[in-house]
Design a protein around this ligand. Structure first.
Ligand code: TRP
Length: 360
């Protein structure tokens, strides 16, 4: 059996370099190099509403932003089925049946949800929909028979709950679901891309992100404000490259040919780092190089985005078409689910016959 891959994002903001390094690049690689049965990428708008129910406008705006980001990094609708969660009622249906198979105390133990509740000040008034979103996420995965779910580490508890739900359902109603597995980012940097301010992980709420849709000027400004080595005050001072975000980003994005093209005085990144450590190399020179390196990656993405922005109808068509195809798969699966549960009354032609026998 070939893999069925499914992943998704909440449309709560534009995607940034953290998403790019942590997941988008890997999705494009999977799309191009893996021989899979199906690859789904879902925009999890219903899930985003569980903590943004009072701001649906935000979710609607970001639905298209996220779709534009997906397409501009090179995810290909000919290979990937994109779909919008809220437009697949079978997901809600499955969630409702799954809710019978989980206890309140189990939901309250989910560590990711626990920390999110704190973060959102939901301790005293917790929306039920928020508490149960891992069940809905299990439905997202299981309705499509996905066995591979590429996600960040924080999503491992969701996968654990999805496996438990698959197991309980299979035990009670007969084998219906496969147990999915999370595939986590391979490198440390992919798991945690720091923001431009240094320490913390890049995130929208911390205001330390470089967005895929940022224009050239903005990228330049953000790089020029990047955290480097606070003790590297004069050019001649020896500098540290560890924890120096400019070098962290160069580690991720620079290629040997960038040196030939933009910084021919240095053979490679090691040579640049050596000079920085010795002293005599200024931050501005490194930052200017990083801007060129980043632009090499971001410019094609930005150009593609600009083209797509002019053809929003096409973007909507891609989402609509993917959603239709995903729904077809979901409808088939929910029939299987109802059959397993014995609630497919009008499809099961034997049922009426059995009843007729009984009342004869
Ligand atoms: N919870 C995920 C996130 O915040 C988004 C998501 C929703 C998801 N449903 C999913 C991811 C199913 C993978 C599979 O990033």
């Amino acid at each position: 059996m070939k893999d069925i891959i499914l992943t998704g994002d909440r449309p709560t903001g534009r995607l940034h370099l953290g998403h790019y390094v942590g997941s988008l690049k890997n999705r494009v690689k999977m799309q191009n190099e893996t021989d899979f049965e199906k690859m789904y990428v879902m925009i999890a708008d219903s899930q985003a509403l569980t903590d943004n129910f009072d701001n649906p406008e935000k979710i609607r705006e970001n639905l298209i932003e996220v779709a534009l980001d997906y397409l501009s990094v090179g995810l290909d609708p000919a290979k990937v089925t994109f779909f919008v969660q809220s437009q697949i009622p079978e997901l809600t249906e499955l969630t409702f049946y799954f809710l019978n198979l989980v206890t309140l105390s189990r939901l309250e133990r989910n560590p990711t949800v626990k920390s999110e509740i704190k973060l959102r000040n939901f301790e005293t008034s917790l929306p039920a929909g928020f508490l149960i979103y891992p069940v809905s996420q299990a439905a997202d995965i299981l309705l499509f028979d996905a066995n591979i779910v590429p996600v960040g580490e924080d999503q491992e508890p969701m996968l654990e709950q999805a496996r438990e739900l698959a197991r309980s359902f299979n035990n009670i109603y007969g084998k219906t679901f496969v147990e999915p597995k999370a595939v986590l980012p391979e490198t440390k940097i992919a798991r945690r891309m720091p923001g431009i301010d240094g320490g913390a992980k890049m995130s929208k709420s911390l205001g330390n992100a470089i967005y895929l849709a940022d224009d050239k000027k903005t990228v330049k400004k953000k790089v020029m404000s990047m955290y480097t080595d606070p003790n590297h005050i004069n050019i001649d001072d020896p500098g540290r490259v560890e924890g120096n975000i400019v070098f962290t980003y160069l580690d991720v994005f620079s290629k040997p040919e960038h040196f030939k093209e933009f910084l021919p005085d240095y053979e490679n990144l090691d040579a640049l780092k050596d000079h920085y450590r010795r002293g005599g190399l200024g931050d501005v020179k490194c930052k200017k190089f990083l801007i060129k390196v980043l632009e090499d990656e971001l410019e094609p993405i930005r150009n593609k985005r600009a083209d797509l922005e002019k053809d929003l109808e096409k973007v909507f068509d891609i989402l609509e078409d993917g959603t239709r195809r995903a729904r077809e798969a979901g409808q088939k699966k929910i029939e299987e689910v109802k059959k397993a549960m014995g609630i497919n009354y009008f499809v099961d032609k034997d049922l009426i016959k059995t009843l007729q026998e009984k009342y004869k």
